[in-house]
Write a protein that binds this ligand. Structure first.
Ligand SMILES: Cc1cc2nc3c(=O)[nH]c(=O)nc-3n(C[C@H](O)[C@H](O)[C@H](O)COP(=O)(O)OP(=O)(O)OC[C@H]3O[C@@H](n4cnc5c(N)ncnc54)[C@H](O)[C@@H]3O)c2cc1C
Length: 341
């Protein structure tokens, strides 16, 4: 079996397939695993710059989170964040008693743990899938690594890349012409908001109130988190997420100008003049940050024989838990399709 994407959806799909006795190859174009569960070092700081926390509502993902917790890789952060209407407004504490979880040393802890703790699975990073094609009862995935193209053949394929990237893969291999037209039309409706994530290493503690994060309902900034209070950074450090609308309007702007503007917006939460308060900074531009359309089913099958299935956070439930649940559902569907065929 081949899985495209070593984010939480791909890793949970692989875990399900491996538990059923299948051997799995996961390919991911990035250098590491985790996808949008991403953690980065900025100077001496550690910053989560994609997903910031996760919640647990269902049993299947709950079992994975509990196992990660038992292995020391996931912790409860808090039971709710401060909320404000916009970045210029005063936040109010808004705990609701429902646990918000984090990776113990950053959000990548959980995907890293899953990748290491799933026997029967080989994870190949730095490998970009470029085309998916049907050849009789097999799927052939063309992948590229360091300029070398290779063909991987499999009885089935799970694609967890953001949907526009999945469609590119199918178009390049002829699956858009040969696949289920209804499924492809549904996939064509999925869109995402972009997001700029600014990470700041600070000289002294930020002024963000406990437990170290503010959610903004509107305006240019959607989220502000203190990675030191959160427990992942050894030194004071902030993560700032710009809203989808704000990020889209500046998507192709010069990164330094975007970072300067974001620093200006969060200045009230810095201890002093930004010129001295900020030790180092890094800007990440997420093109496909959060889906703005969620399809009603946990997976979409582009082909039944051989099974080719799309899943991830745009399917039935968004965010980390939604993506994980979608990955598991896709793997179960694929196993049933293979058993029936
Ligand atoms: C800024 C931001 C903030 C967020 N905040 C939260 C939050 O606080 N809580 C929450 O629950 N969720 C949050 N999310 C959403 C959450 O991160 C995602 O819903 C979830 O991680 C999606 O997982 P996934 O496996 O579906 O996709 P991804 O994590 O995107 O994984 C897909 C993988 O596919 C790989 N890939 C893509 N194309 C190819 C290709 N051609 N070949 C090989 N590999 C490929 C990518 O490199 C990636 O690793 C946030 C996301 C962002 C960006």
């Amino acid at each position: 079996m081949i899985v495209v994407g070593a984010g939480i959806a791909g890793l949970c799909a692989a875990r399900e397939l491996a538990t059923a006795g299948r051997s799995v190859i996961i390919v991911d174009k990035s250098r590491g695993v985790g996808g949008r569960m991403a953690t980065r070092r900025v100077g001496r700081a550690i910053c989560d710059h994609g997903a910031q926390f996760f919640t647990i509502r269902g049993r299947a993902f709950g079992a994975i989170a509990s196992a990660a917790h038992a292995a020391g890789r996931a912790e409860v952060w808090c039971d709710g964040f401060n909320r404000a209407a916009s970045v210029g407004d005063l936040p109010v504490a808004a705990a609701d008693g429902h646990s918000r979880w984090r990776g113990t040393s950053g959000m990548t802890d959980i995907p890293k743990w899953l990748a290491a703790e799933t026997p029967g699975t080989t994870v190949r990073t730095g490998v970009r899938a470029v085309a998916a094609a049907r050849r009789g009862d097999r799927v052939v995935l063309s992948v590229e690594q360091d300029g070398v193209v290779e063909s991987l053949s499999s009885a089935a394929l799970v694609v967890t890349a953001p949907v526009p990237q999945a469609l590119d893969l199918f178009a390049a291999g002829g699956l858009v012409a040969e696949g289920d037209p209804q499924a492809l039309a549904a996939l064509g409706t999925v869109a995402y908001d972009p997001c700029f994530a600014l990470m700041l290493e600070l000289r002294s503690a930020s002024l963000v109130p406990s437990p170290g994060a503010i959610q903004f309902a509107g305006g240019p900034v959607s989220w502000l988190a203190d990675n030191f209070q959160k427990g992942v950074s050894p030194v004071p450090a902030l993560t700032v997420h710009a809203s989808g609308e704000w990020s889209r309007a500046r998507f192709d702007s010069e990164p330094d100008a975007v970072a300067d503007e974001l620093v200006g917006l969060v200045r009230p939460w810095l201890d002093g003049d930004p010129a001295t308060a900020i030790v180092s900074r890094s800007l990440q531009r997420w093109k496909f940050a959060l889906p703005t359309t969620i399809l009603p089913t946990p997976l979409v099958a582009v082909s039944a024989a051989p099974p080719v299935v799309c899943c991830g956070d745009a399917f039935a439930g968004p965010k980390v838990e939604g993506a994980a649940s979608s990955g598991m559902a896709a793997a179960r569907w694929l196993l049933r399709a293979l058993a029936a065929g």
